[in-house]
Design a protein. Structure first.
Length: 183
């Protein structure tokens, strides 16, 4: 499904993010930046060792990445040009600033992508796997944050929400439909 009533095209697809031909794909990393399971594992596996080499340089400089922050590396062998690594919050009941931290992941990732002249960016459903963020709330935060960003800074031409599982795909599509109703 696609949204066209704003200058930036917003798409929701069910796919593997490592296959996306966009300027930047976003990784749901952890604070160590050393790789892990889920989408992080898939990106490092498919992109090869160049991604980890860049991560190690960042670690040497700033000691990893904080929750809600983002860093950028090469995409190695992936079709994308860059990987933006962001660290989502672990869901801890909802009273530990999880929503705010998740929104920050999307904003910081987009700012970094924009700084690197990326015109197309693909996001996974950050924090909704191993970090257990409720998928409906995560989709709402992701959509509202990205929408606000592209309205205020219409530099990025295309945003793709790349959902892996059916449940995330449905929740993210629902958000797109809601926005389509109000624009
Ligand atoms: N393409 C797109 N989405 C994917 C893919 C893929 N290839 N593989 C999984 N997903 P998760 P988190 C979806 O667990 O919750 C790692 O170990 C998945 O279905 O990857 O932010 C890190 O190193 C889910 O909806 O990330 C951290 O330690 C979404 O990606 C921790 O997991 C996010 O799930 C981060 O946990």
């Amino acid at each position: 499904m696609t949204m066209t009533s704003i200058p930036t095209k917003i798409e929701v697809v069910q796919a593997d993010i490592t296959k996306m031909s966009v300027d930047a794909i976003v990784n749901a990393a952890n604070t160590s930046l050393l790789g892990g399971g889920g989408v992080d594992g898939a990106i490092h596996r498919a992109g090869g060792s160049a991604i980890l080499e860049d991560c190690r340089k960042i670690i040497a400089k700033q000691g990893g990445c904080k929750v809600g922050e983002a860093v950028i590396t090469t995409a190695g062998k992936l079709p994308a040009k860059y990987v933006v690594h962001t660290v989502g919050p672990v869901w801890n009941g909802g009273n530990k600033h999880e929503a705010e931290k998740l929104a920050s992941c999307y904003t910081k990732a987009l700012l970094l992508a924009k700084d690197h002249h990326c015109k197309s960016v693909a996001f996974p459903n950050i924090s909704t796997g191993i970090y257990k963020f409720p998928k409906d709330l995560a989709a709402q935060i992701a959509f509202e944050t990205v929408y606000k960003f592209v309205i205020e800074q219409p530099y990025i031409e295309k945003i793709v929400f790349v959902c892996f599982d059916e449940e995330n795909y449905e929740h993210t599509n629902n958000q797109l439909q809601k926005l389509n109703l109000f624009t």
